[in-house]
Design a protein around this ligand. Structure first.
Ligand code: CA
Length: 240
């Protein structure tokens, strides 16, 4: 309990890097940093860090490549990308490679600290949820191993979305609620609902038989997204 969370900051710009180091030390983290891509990758693959903050544009090897290499080794490693480029393509690329979140420069330090805390919190609570989710279309999702069968694998964020929708499967969940409950945004923060839509689209490509006609994650007009789970489980009356 008393262990300080370990954070790795991979950032080549001195002013940003030293600022981040100071902020996270102040907030009680044990901080390590790297200036170049290869050095960042080597440290990131050590498995020592609870969180990795990863700049995109780095000398040597860029942050997307590093993120991809981290994911090949460890699908559970929390990673937040720091991107100066704000086009949707870059955001989509970062998320596709498995980053848990991204923060666009220039960012508010307070917001970054909150995002880090939210990702760490989800990484911890992820262990206590249902071991599997059974969808209406027969797909069985293994929440511990982030997969469904051998062919379908999920990022931790995608699994968080599935688990939250599953916990609320009797009703649709709005994008704003997902941003607050899954992404950890404070509700008054600037809302980025497109992030939710990107994740839902990716999930549909993985779990729907026909992503253009979704049956497992349905859109309820004006209300949000609803996960359709297997309806008639044996009625033991033991529902949580
Ligand atoms: Ca940079």
């Amino acid at each position: 309990m008393a262990r300080k969370p370990q954070i790795l900051i991979v950032e080549d710009e001195v002013a940003i890097r030293t600022g981040l180091v100071d902020v996270f030390v102040y907030h009680g983290y044990e901080v390590e940093f790297a200036e170049r891509g290869e050095e960042g990758l080597r440290k990131a693959l050590s498995g020592l860090f609870d969180m990795i903050l990863l700049d995109v544009m780095l000398p040597g090897m860029n942050g997307f490549e590093i993120c991809e290499r981290i994911r090949q080794q460890d699908r559970h490693q929390p990673v937040i990308m720091l991107t100066a480029r704000t086009s949707d393509e870059d955001i989509v690329q970062g998320l596709t490679l498995g980053a848990d979140d991204y923060v666009s420069k220039p960012f508010s330090v307070a917001q970054l600290v909150l995002r880090v805390q939210a990702v760490l919190r989800r990484a911890r609570i992820g262990d206590e949820l249902d071991a599997e989710i059974r969808l209406c279309n027969g797909l069985v999702i293994d929440t511990q191993n982030l997969c469904a069968g051998a062919d379908v694998v999920f990022t931790r964020r995608e699994m968080d979305v599935l688990q939250y929708l599953s916990s609320q499967s009797e009703r649709p969940v709005s994008r704003e609620e997902l941003l607050v409950k899954v992404w950890g945004y404070a509700s008054q923060m600037e809302i980025e609902t497109r992030t939710v839509d990107i994740h839902i689209a990716k999930l549909r490509r993985k779990i729907e038989r026909d992503a253009s006609n979704p049956q497992a994650i349905v859109t309820v007009r004006g209300a949000g997204y609803r996960l359709m789970v297997e309806s008639d489980k044996s009625a033991d009356g033991e529902s949580a």
